[in-house]
Design a protein around this ligand. Structure first.
Ligand code: EPZ
Length: 420
């Protein structure tokens, strides 16, 4: 198993460019199978989850040709109606393939999705939505059979905001006869990006980016071209990394409008930074101050749950007590013990809340990455800490951050990947 070795306590400097957004690409790639022609998707991040998604699409029979960060997909040869359980369980969003296959081939056999460490990751809202559009769902011992011979538009009210649930139903509804309304839909930037791509291919979606989305089903969709939007979670993570190491760095290829809540919190913590049209420049600060009660994760445009762990690490360096409230997932605070083993002073109040007392000096330690975002948070902690930090299970980090150690080395970080 590969691991990172970090010698921390150094300031960073220079520029780092944000990659294409993992979570936007993971929604647009399956949607290309809905189309009646080939598509070109550009600015794809070179990460494990994308590789697996493309493998699944090839397994289903689509023609997938990747040249660097550009991939062309031709769904004409789509033929299989079952997903490879091994691959499928490694990519939570593989159920986004279900809608397009049901539309094109009438049915799909679908193994139970894998869970993951941040929570059981149910898909009940998605299955209910599929049923509302006329998909018959048989629950077998090892998965579901979805049959969609008589699809028709309908109204779907999500009990809770679900990002991939919104994407899955939007993708199915664009080729479902009649009008579909999605109520309590997710508003994350990946949703309007997906709608914009599908509309450029002839779909009729309105309201994407708001909590109510209207979709008129159409019989035909042409192929299209899509440039993956910048990854707001990478952008926020790198900005936090610059502040946590009290460095002067420039984070480029940023859409500042996607991170308004984060900028507000960084300002409250006395972090110095300048925002421009497509970059953020983090400047050295004299003293960071704690944010007593307002670091609360929330659906977009609230603070992204994927930035919760980096924010917690940042608050270990701020003067005072900060309460961090993770409202979306039940298993996203497992990394606290690792930070406390480095010298942080964090109290677990309940499975959703921690109280951080700072500032604390962090020292290097041997750690393991529990999930993508906690993993990068441990990297930030290692960059702050004096001495050597070892992070194991870095596959998790590779799932979300392209060539991360090479990019951080360019900022002057002493980080290396050790195989085996
Ligand atoms: C997406 O996950 C992202 N993943 C996550 O990023 C992100 O943390 C999450 O949205 C919240 O913003 C991708 O886009 C690939 P949800 P998703 O459906 O869609 C419950 C990362 O690190 N729920 O919005 O799976 C669910 O359990 C990942 O990049 C149901 O109960 O999240 C959760 O508590 C981690 N039933 C809440 O809703 C359902 O059918 C929100 O989940 C669906 C969801």
């Amino acid at each position: 198993m590969a691991k990172f070795i970090i010698n921390g306590g150094k300031k960073l400097s220079g520029e780092i460019a944000v990659s294409g957004a993992k979570n936007s690409a993971l929604a647009v790639l399956p949607a290309t199978l809905l189309l009646d022609g080939p598509s070109t998707i550009r600015n794809l991040p070179d990460i494990a989850d994308i590789k697996r998604k493309l493998e699944l699409m090839r397994e289903l029979g689509a023609q997938v040709d990747r040249q660097g960060s550009t991939v062309t997909i031709d769904p004409a040869s789509l033929s299989k109606t079952e997903l490879n359980p091994g691959l499928h369980q490694k990519v939570r969003t593989s159920f986004l393939l279900a809608g397009p296959v049901v539309v094109k081939l009438g049915q799909i056999d679908f193994p139970y999705p894998g869970g993951c460490v941040i929570g059981k990751r149910p898909i009940d809202f998605i299955l209910e939505g599929f049923r509302a559009l006329g998909v018959e769902i048989e629950d077998h011992s090892d998965g579901y059979k979805l049959v969609g011979k008589k699809l028709r538009g309908g109204k779907i009210v999500f009990p809770r905001v679900t990002v991939t649930g919104t994407e899955a139903l939007m993708t199915l509804a664009v080729r479902t006869p009649g009008t579909t309304t999605l109520i309590n839909a997710a508003m994350e930037p990946e949703i309007p990006a997906l709608a914009e791509f599908l509309n450029s291919c002839g779909a009729r979606i309105s309201g994407a980016g708001t909590s109510t989305i209207f979709i008129e089903g159409v019989d035909h969709l042409s192929g299209g071209t899509f440039d993956v939007i910048p990854d707001r979670i990478e952008a926020g993570t790198f900005a936090i990394m610059g502040a946590a190491t009290n460095s002067h760095i420039k984070v480029t290829n940023v859409v500042p409008e996607h991170l308004e809540t984060l900028w507000g919190l960084l300002k409250r913590a006395n972090v110095k930074f300048e925002l421009a049209k497509d970059f953020v420049e983090i400047l050295p600060h004299d003293k960071m101050v704690a944010i007593p009660k307002d670091i609360v994760t929330h659906e977009y445009p609230g603070l992204a749950t994927d930035l919760q762990a980096p924010m917690t690490v940042l608050m270990t360096q701020a003067q005072g007590n900060s309460l961090i409230f993770e409202t979306i997932f039940e298993g996203r605070l497992f990394y606290i013990d690792s930070l406390n083993s480095m010298g942080a002073d964090i109290l677990m109040c309940d499975p959703h809340r921690v109280l951080v007392t700072g500032p604390t000096k962090l020292s290097g330690s041997k750690l393991a990455s529990p999930d993508i975002r906690a993993g990068i948070a441990l990297v930030i902690a290692g960059l702050i800490a004096h001495g050597q930090t070892e992070i194991d299970n870095i596959y998790q980090i590779d799932r979300g951050y392209e060539r991360i150690e090479q990019r951080l080395q360019k900022l002057g970080a002493d980080i290396k990947r050790v195989e085996g």
